[in-house]
Design a protein around this ligand. Sequence first.
Ligand code: NAD
Length: 457
Amino acid sequence: GKSLKISIIGAGSAVWSTRILVDIMLKKNLQGAKVYLMDIDEDRLKLVYLFAKRYASEIHADVEFHATTDRIEAIRDSAFVINSAMAKGHRYYEMMREATERKGYYRGINSVEWNMVSDYHTIWGYYQFKLAVSIARDIEEYAPDAWLINVANPVFELTTLLSRITKVKNIGICHGHMEFWNIVRELRLDPSKVEAEMSGFNHVIWLTRFKYDGLDGYELIDKWIKEEAEKYWRKWWATTSNPFDIQLSPAAVDMYLKYGMFPIGDTVRGGTWKYHWNLETKKKWYGPYGGPDSEVGWALYTTYLAYQMEMIKGFVQAESAPLTMLIPPKPSGEQVIDITESIAADVLRKYQVNILNNGLIPGIPDNVAVEVPAVIDGQGVRRISVTPPNNRVLKHVLLPRMMRMEWALHAFLEPSKDALLEWLMYDVRTRSVSQAEEAIDAMLKLPGNEEMAEVFK
Ligand code: NAD
């Protein structure tokens, strides 16, 4: 499309932008597009802009790039708005975590059952929720026909919130479901004979259907657990260098045996406190780093992000180094730009998306976002029938997780200090009311939280 405008809000995001931009440049159907990069961090914005311009010239892509700190300029008349913005950044959230850890809440008050992911902000996500809503309001006003593709976390909370209170067509996207292919690889299966389906909530998805060559795939998983798991874990403990390498961890297998369906991707990072009490417990279930969300694993991840940023900087500054050496001109495997192409150029494909339930999973209200397979083409998102998670998962995982989402949205929409306190009254780490009060006060007193303290009086 010659006049197709795509805007990326939070374009300075280390993990997203460069890969998304390369994906756009590689699409034949998106040649001629205008891409508006928007961020409030001018240094990062400039870096990503220079990266994009030079990459385009290296691979002779016909995509026009603009950089702006003006969100409305970016959004106006866009056909697609991609949101990867995280309000206040990683360091701010580490401050929140530390302040509440000092009051006895290991990994912070935001980490709770089925949401231990360390940058998935719910109850303390005031600024992040507010930012996503303001982006959606700008879309309503300046690009009412645009699709909002949201990769910023918390995808579950934000998809539900935006779908409920705005008119914007929005899709929440996460790459966690792709971890399923690690199971296929480890079981040495031929991917072309695999039929699989996953559903639930974002970061809480379960392998609801698994066939191999027409037969029950779960029998293969059972056989692997019985005959190979121990050996696999011994080698994995000794050799794994990636804290995110947990798809076949003891935690994942324990969840499968307990809940009757296999947890996929970031789901494994969750669970009850059984898997998370302290670093020692986390190591038992998630391996030598205690998984990505332990103090060890998360420090490695944030260091890696900073390193990625420095690498991009180094390549962009060294004008002679080809950027295709840093990021090869191959599709990233992320769904975001494939989805953009499906809608813009009417290319029908199946995806894993977050959209309102509207009857897809029985027992979940219509106005709650579920993560399910769906078909997308020029007409938009088409729901297909899904195999729902079993009753055990529904009652012990999805419904409790849903309540946390509802509490976080309620606290945001009808803010009061009491709504924050109530969150802690249900927390297994709370030993007294004063402990909970002190944690909330410590958080609201942090520099940067002045507005939040005013709102949550
Ligand atoms: P990051 O801090 O590196 O990037 C976020 C960017 O947002 C920064 O460049 C920042 O300047 C910008 N920003 C902040 N406030 C802004 C505002 N008001 N307007 C415009 N831009 C603003 O963070 P990251 O590690 O790249 O993560 C970004 C988001 O992606 C997070 O929410 C993270 O949880 C999420 N994420 C999602 C997935 C997924 O599969 N969906 C995977 C990984 C990370």
